[in-house]
Design a protein around this ligand. Structure first.
Ligand code: GLU
Length: 307
């Protein structure tokens, strides 16, 4: 099956930025005849069923529908483990005992961006690894990908951003606390769910080159068989990324201020050039009007309705 998806992390209610990204993911998928799938990215917090349920309720209220039950990432651990084991068998995984502070303090390679892994633990022999493991107890080493030579930089074509080039450092596959890392899980899950269209916030565009390297190493579908569209974030009235401090920004908060779901849906559509100011539109109208080529490429600045 050919499918798009929305993959929220269950860390609280979705704000307007998240809702707008979800609406776009749904529009891209449905307008291209794809299925639309939902995945709860709950690796960080274990099962946070409460937040996830509220998120799904809000999405459904907006008119977004999805095929089949939402997939919980924490239930997909066997596939994640198998992918890491496969990479390890091929010598592509190494233990890393660095803390965040170690990484920031280490000298960086000349063109590496700040925060890129400097390779401190990459070439350790068994004795050095054992000593490092001992030194950091009770913490366990993280597992990192040994990025093959030549793959340290990668470009892809984004439907909205055009050509995006990014650095691929030795990314973490499994964290020191045993949790599977986002980049590995997202690649394995998208492939297993049949996702061939990824629409998400443009704050994740810089992770995509890393994910494409993983797709290729694991023999999973990669661009051009998978398409990416990274959508601009929503900014608050101050011009900074929309956040809770900007007042009523979730569907429920807005409803509590007398701004109903139709109004929120219509304002989101207006921000995408799919409704006239003040016009009330249903989800079918938004879908019928959707044209990816005409989407605004600029961030949308949310200003509350005057009350
Ligand atoms: N879980 C991520 C988020 O909520 C999205 C990951 C993705 O779409 O690849 O920001």
């Amino acid at each position: 099956m050919s499918a798009g998806r929305y993959a929220p992390s269950p860390s609280g209610d979705l704000h307007l930025g998240n809702l707008r990204t979800a609406l776009l993911a749904w529009l891209f998928a449905r307008s291209s005849g794809r299925g639309f799938l939902m995945r709860i990215e709950d690796l960080d917090r274990g099962r946070d069923a409460g937040a996830a349920d509220r998120q799904l309720e809000d999405l459904a209220e907006l008119g977004i529908d999805w095929d089949g039950p939402a997939v919980l990432q924490t239930e997909r651990g066997d596939d994640h483990d198998a992918a890491i084991a496969e990479l390890a068998e091929r010598g592509l995984v190494y233990e890393c005992s660095c803390t965040r502070r170690d990484i920031l303090a280490a000298p960086t390679a000349p063109h590496a961006p700040p925060g890129a892994y400097p390779g401190t633990c990459r070439d350790r022999n068994e004795a050095e690894r054992a000593a490092a493991r001992e030194r950091i107890l009770p913490r366990l080493p993280a597992l990192r990908l040994r990025v093959p030579e030549g793959a340290e930089q990668l470009a892809f074509e984004d439907r909205l951003m055009g050509r995006v080039t990014g650095v691929v450092d030795d990314l973490v596959l499994r964290r020191g606390d045993g949790a599977v890392a986002y980049n590995l899980a997202v690649v394995v899950d998208d492939a297993s769910m049949g996702v061939d269209q990824v629409v998400r916030g443009d704050d994740l565009a810089s992770s995509t080159p890393r994910q494409i390297v993983l797709q290729r190493l694991l023999g999973l579908p990669a661009p051009p068989a998978v398409e990416y569209a990274h959508v601009p974030l929503v900014l608050g009235p101050s011009g900074a990324r929309l956040a809770k401090r900007d007042g009523a920004v979730t569907l429920r908060e807005l409803q509590a201020h007398g701004i109903g779901v139709e109004r929120v849906r219509s304002r989101l559509a207006e921000s995408l050039g799919l409704a006239a100011p003040g016009e009330s539109v249903c989800i079918e109208q938004i879908l019928a009007r959707f044209d990816p080529g005409l989407l605004p490429r600029e961030p949308w600045v949310w200003t509350p309705d005057p009350t």
